[in-house]
Design a protein around this ligand. Structure first.
Ligand code: GRF
Length: 221
């Protein structure tokens, strides 16, 4: 299978972008990061991408009168760069159905919760407030409904007493950096593919792992 040309769309610091760039620099990675695009010219991730030698573009949404015209500019930049797959990585613009349909099956996102729980924003604080004892992140295909697309990969972390939004988001983010490159690799090499709106996996599963929360070492009972 030829290496897919991938664009990463960011709005901020780009730590997930960096993990994708690092993973894709492995000689056997079945895709190449061909473009990093930001809707914010001041996004910290742009400089990080440039340092890694990746072409970058900033398309400032504030210079466009409508969402549609912004997205047309986005789409044009992607087409000009012969992009065939998009990773959203902290891209803070809601995309219209027009754009999402245009890239249907070719666009994934990472969301900082175990979907379908906690769609939207402030996921870590909401998880703490609800008193759930596990939390995590999800890589999913993008569909017009926000944070609702078919799931490609998830990672689970415990929530521990005393956790704050900061401590919990750091624990989740560390797993985002593992699971996003993994999911992208599986899609690019065909081990995970979208079929009739569902993700189909080529491999069998290891059903032996378990995360208990609370649990640290041997259980006291
Ligand atoms: C991450 O928490 C990601 O899950 C969410 O936005 C944040 C982006 O962080 N979609 P970064 O820019 O990748 O560091």
């Amino acid at each position: 299978m030829s290496r897919r040309r991938i664009a990463i769309l960011i709005s901020g610091r780009g730590s997930n972008m960096t993990s994708l760039i690092e993973a894709a620099s492995a000689p056997d990675f079945p895709g190449e990061i061909a473009l990093v695009l930001s809707n914010r010219p001041d996004a910290g991730g742009l400089a990080r991408a440039q340092e890694a030698g990746i072409p970058t573009r900033a398309i400032d949404h504030r210079t466009h009168l409508t969402r549609e015209s912004f997205e047309q500019a986005l789409d044009q930049a992607l087409t000009e760069n012969a992009i065939d797959f998009i990773c959203l990585a902290g891209f803070m613009r809601v995309l219209t159905p027009w754009f999402v349909e245009r890239w249907a099956g070719k666009m994934i996102n990472i969301h900082p919760s175990l979907l379908p729980l906690f769609r939207g924003t402030h996921t870590h604080q909401r998880a703490i407030n609800e008193g759930v004892l596990v939390h995590g992140c999800t890589v999913h295909f993008v569909v017009p409904e926000l944070d609702a697309g078919p799931i490609v990969a998830q990672a689970v972390v415990p929530i521990i007493p005393g956790d704050t939004e900061e401590t919990l988001s750091a624990r989740v983010l560390a797993q985002e950096h593992v699971v996003y490159p993994q999911a992208l690799r599986m899609i690019c090499d065909g081990r995970a593919r979208l079929e009739n709106g569902q993700v189909v996996f080529a491999e069998g599963w290891d059903a032996s792992g378990v995360l208990r929360s609370p649990s640290s070492g041997p259980l006291p009972f």
